[in-house]
Design a protein around this ligand. Structure first.
Ligand SMILES: Cc1cc2nc3c(=O)[nH]c(=O)nc-3n(C[C@H](O)[C@H](O)[C@H](O)COP(=O)(O)OP(=O)(O)OC[C@H]3O[C@@H](n4cnc5c(N)ncnc54)[C@H](O)[C@@H]3O)c2cc1C
Length: 454
């Protein structure tokens, strides 16, 4: 049986990014990617129907991360991307039953009606508040540092990224860089100021959301070209064999010197069950995407869309103004909106029939937007994958992974839900996994401060 230098398990964007960085940095190594399904790309899939173009999974990613930019440049995809700069497109928050624009710059917060004068003043409480001990949830942390008035904004940000629950997600797991700054400087604002000064970052430009005229699938299709990918080959388990690893698959065993497991966290944990992970599953949040095409009456603003904090008691978690962001996603004279339903707090809504979901979404949207009478295009897409939630057990899982990698030469784990959940987190995590080959992980990485854009 031929032994590969590296086998990558999973051909989603994480596995493909690992293959990409390996080809760029270690072209001498023989690499095989094994994939359970009949195609690569994982969660990323674009859906064309009736002149509308929708995404089944992610709807784009920000252009501000080095690893993703490198992949785009290497694959000559930069010229072909569609950009929706955050500075040009408003994002809205639903507050007290109406849409309010989020400030585009910190100074706009002073005049914004999103926070009361007291809540604005309370933000400065961050300068005096001692860091919370232990491992608080994001909600506990934000309320302590900046006051309760800020929680609807934080809630919306968490809904827009994790479709999660701010009172369950772990602050230390989701934003370790922020916690580090807080610990070092006693205040996040002071820490950010010092960091910016040290790096001489005078102008902070807002990034752009990017996608492709053909849909996001273009990214993973391009990333897959030229790699040795064995599809319809599910890995059922792995064990140490001499200096390497043996993977068991339905097609028989595969051997490798090094294995990168680039699976979503809940796909990886069963494979590593013999290595005793602290939990066998992490919670996930599921959403459904309701795509609605309307005749464009000009009433949908030029913006990304809106999000609704839980306290607004609405049926939709939010809605993207997709064809405003990325023209060409709807036929001429039409507009495409994509509403999100469900999430960590409302899985029961996904039990409803499609017709009922559409009825309630349209009713909700009509209260907030001046929409034409009825949509001319309707499609409910239910992504099969959930979004892993980095909740209270997550830090234990990261410690377990670090020990596993350290104690078992030739194993690295990256992928959906380990070091983050966005595409940019996947490419960064992939690069670290590739760098660990033959050298092990290079000690504690500075987690950096991940700005939240929503
Ligand atoms: C509904 C939804 C919306 C999202 N929106 C955004 C967004 O707007 N922006 C953003 O940046 N991110 C978004 N994300 C997150 C983004 O999609 C993920 O970060 C990314 O796609 C994860 O890639 P992955 O390769 O780690 O996992 P996956 O895409 O799940 O790929 C894993 C692959 O491994 C294969 N596999 C599984 N088990 C095995 C096995 N045992 N053996 C072999 N192969 C196996 C699977 O078939 C799959 O192809 C969204 C995710 C979801 C679910």
């Amino acid at each position: 049986m031929e032994k590969k230098d590296v086998i990558i398990i999973g051909a989603g964007v994480s596995g493909l990014a690992c293959a990409h960085f390996l080809r760029a940095q270690r072209p001498e190594l023989s690499v095989l990617v094994v994939e359970k399904s009949s195609h690569s790309g994982g969660v990323i899939r674009s859906h064309h129907e009736g002149g509308y173009l929708c995404e089944v999974g992610p709807h784009g990613f920000l252009d501000n991360k080095e690893e993703s930019r490198e992949i785009l440049a290497d694959l000559h995809l930069m010229d072909g991307v569609q950009r929706a700069p955050l500075g040009d497109f408003h994002r809205y928050l639903c507050r007290q039953g109406r849409l309010m624009a989020l400030p585009q710059k910190p100074q706009e917060l002073i005049t914004s009606k999103l926070l009361s004068p007291w809540d604005k003043l309370r933000l400065l409480g961050d300068l005096w508040k001692k860091p919370l001990a232990g491992h608080p949830s994001i909600g506990e942390w934000a309320g302590h540092r900046f006051g309760k008035g800020v929680l609807p904004l934080v809630d919306a940000a968490i809904t827009g990224t994790f479709s999660g629950d701010l009172n369950r997600l772990s602050m230390d797991a989701v934003m370790p860089g922020v916690r580090k700054l807080e610990a070092e400087h006693g205040s996040l604002l002071r820490g950010l100021k010092k960091k910016a000064k040290a790096k001489r970052e005078k102008i902070v430009l807002l990034p752009a959301m990017i996608n492709f005229p053909q849909g996001l699938e273009r990214l993973v299709q391009s990333m897959a070209v030229g790699h040795d990918i064995k599809t319809e080959c599910e890995v059922h388990g792995l064990e140490k064999r001499g200096e390497g690893w043996q993977l068991s698959t339905a097609d028989g065993p595969l051997l490798a010197r090094h294995v990168i497991c680039a699976l979503p966290i809940n796909g990886a944990l069963p494979l590593f069950a013999p290595f005793g992970p602290p939990v066998d599953k992490v919670p996930e949040s599921y959403i459904c995407n309701v795509r609605l095409g309307f005749v464009d009456n000009g009433a949908i603003p030029k913006g990304f869309g809106f999000l609704t904090p839980e306290c607004e008691n609405r049926f939709v978690l939010g809605c993207m103004f997709t064809s405003r962001m990325f023209p060409g996603r709807a036929p001429q004279g039409k507009v495409l909106l994509e509403a999100l339903v469900g999430g960590r707090r409302h899985p029961e809504r996904l039990e409803l029939a499609d017709d009922e979901i559409v009825r309630r979404v349209v009713a909700d949207l009509k209260e907030l937007l001046d929409l034409p009478e009825s949509p001319e295009f309707v499609r409910v897409l239910r992504p099969k994958s959930g979004i892993p939630q980095m909740e209270k057990d997550h830090l234990d899982l990261l410690t377990w992974r670090a020990n596993l990698e350290q104690g078992n030469h030739g194993i690295s784990l990256c992928g959906f839900g380990w070091d983050g959940i966005g595409i940019n987190d996947m490419t960064r995590s992939a690069r670290l996994a590739v760098a660990a080959i033959d050298q092990g992980r290079g000690g504690e990485e500075d987690p950096g401060v991940k700005p939240v854009y929503f």
